[in-house]
Design a protein around this ligand. Structure first.
Ligand code: URA
Length: 201
């Protein structure tokens, strides 16, 4: 029987495959579109996400939303999830065991979303999704192709909040995401502001 969002979300809520399931307030699964050509994968929920049951709704999420809006992506154009769906206590990095326990749920989520482009936000998402321990500063901005989708690692917005000089790098990577979606026919080019009529005689 094909998977459905209903049964998937119920399984996320009921999941106790790792100890995080008993310390979290909410399973934090996703926000944005149910099905989208663009998917972001972060590390794991923080305090605000745990309280509200949605990923990237804290400070880092607000920065991500700002950058995406400036790139012409409304929330309905993408899907956001995380490597783990339950908050690690004190916001520590999820362990390998926790990420592995959550992996089947993330695999189901990706199948339901059917993205064409997957953006890995930060070193943890990159490590657990690709198995590579290369520093994110070395691999960011480099496209790879896997299981029919194009994947791009980039800096985590929380890192950018602490290292503002790298904001331009995240911005450039998101430009590259936009260009990839345009190339694949999943986004229309943004109007060139220089070519827009001023509206005044
Ligand atoms: N950081 C993440 O990686 N994910 C969230 O949902 C929030 C902050």
């Amino acid at each position: 029987m094909p998977d459905s969002w209903e049964s998937f979300l119920a399984d996320c809520d009921a999941c106790r495959r790792c100890p995080l399931g008993s310390t979290r307030r909410n399973a934090v699964v996703c926000r944005g579109a149910w099905k989208a050509p663009l998917m972001f994968i972060g590390e794991g929920p923080g305090a605000e996400e745990d309280a509200r049951g949605k990923p990237f709704v804290g400070q880092a999420g607000r920065l991500l939303d700002l950058l995406l809006e400036a790139q012409g992506f409304p929330e309905s154009a993408y899907h956001i999830g995380n490597v783990v769906k339950c908050r690690p206590p004190e916001n520590r990095v999820p362990t390998e065991e926790e990420a592995a326990a959550c992996r089947p749920l993330l695999a189901r989520q990706i199948l339901l979303v059917r993205p064409k482009v997957v953006v890995l936000l930060g070193a943890t998402a990159h490590r657990y999704i690709t198995g590579s321990k290369e520093p994110i500063s070395k691999v960011r901005g480099q496209w790879t192709e896997k299981n029919g989708y194009h994947m791009l690692p980039t800096f985590h917005p929380a890192y950018i909040l602490r290292n503002d000089r790298d904001r331009i790098v995240l911005w450039k990577d998101l430009l590259s995401v936009r260009a990839k979606l345009e190339e694949l026919g999943f986004a229309a080019p943004l109007p060139d502001p220089a070519a827009m009529p001023s509206g005044r005689g």
